[in-house]
Design a protein around this ligand. Structure first.
Ligand code: BTN
Length: 265
């Protein structure tokens, strides 16, 4: 992978500018600095290796050289896109990964709400959406996506808090990272057109993992609620019916979700 190869891979897509790095701390940080310096909507940062990649809740995200896709898009949310909630952008990233993997490779990924992409119950990809605000106005939203492509990208056991897999293992053959990159960006640009519509929430809901199974939601106060997933609110929050019958709405920043049989983090 290099700057030219990435530019070729995204040719014809509405990606404004591309910055490729052989190694960075976190592509989300590089994209945030670029956004502050004036990067346009859909500017792309991509790295071969991250030394300080991070996931939700400050968890470490493993990105060794040559084995993964680590990318961040600078998005400049338009007024109509922020009517619901910015949570939708996390869904946008996860949905784009799912749709790309389905269309390009015939896979059937699911979303462990809000941001994990699973293949047969194992984590393949994660999404980290970070907003940058001036007062109450969003200046930029950095949408980071990390995908395990080759087996070396699957974190060592001591870093694993959930079973993981990679695309090459799922397909049983080598995969070109740049083909995956193009498919994801294409899916993302298309899905974003519907971001503010009910159809977007329905598409996200249809991909939710653990539907019909008992799940546990871990709340920030340490409370564990057991229940069943009912669906999503218009904002992209999770609707859950607790075993007590109580109806709960969980915000992405507030809750972690686990299937009872595969207790996640
Ligand atoms: C998660 O699973 O909690 C989200 C993981 C997001 C990882 C991606 S890799 C590209 C971008 N840069 C980062 O440091 N994180 C995101």
């Amino acid at each position: 992978m290099d700057q030219q190869a990435v530019e070729q891979a995204v040719a014809g897509l509405p990606i404004q500018e591309v910055r490729y790095y052989p190694q960075v701390g976190s592509t989300n940080d590089v994209a945030a600095r670029w956004a502050e310096a004036g990067a346009n909507d859909l500017a792309l940062v991509i790295a071969d290796e991250q030394t300080a990649g991070r996931g939700r809740g400050g968890r470490r995200w493993f990105t060794p050289s040559g084995a993964a896709l680590a990318l961040s898009l600078v998005l400049r949310p338009r007024a109509w896109e922020t009517h619901g909630a910015l949570t939708r952008f996390t869904g946008l990233g996860a949905l784009a990964v799912c749709e790309a993997l389905e269309h390009s490779y015939g896979l059937n990924p699911a979303i462990k709400w809000p941001n994990d992409v699973l293949l047969e119950g194992r984590k393949l990809a994660g999404v980290l959406a970070e907003g940058h605000w001036l007062g109450d106005t969003i200046q930029a939203l950095i949408l980071g996506i990390g995908i395990n492509i080759a087996p070396q990208a699957v974190p060592p056991d001591e870093l694993l808090n959930f079973p993981a897999t990679c695309l090459e293992t799922a397909l049983g053959r080598p995969v070109d990272r740049l083909v995956v990159l193009r498919a994801i960006l294409q899916a993302l640009v298309r899905a974003r057109l519907a971001l503010a519509s009910p159809a977007f929430i329905h598409a996200w809901e249809a991909r939710l993992a653990y539907q019909g199974s008992p799940v546990q939601a871990f709340t920030p106060t340490g409370e564990v609620v057991t229940g069943q997933i009912l669906g999503l609110t218009v904002e992209g929050y999770l609707r859950l019916q607790a075993v007590s019958g109580e109806l709960l709405t969980l915000k992405a920043g507030d809750a972690r979700l686990g299937c009872i049989s595969v207790r996640g983090q």
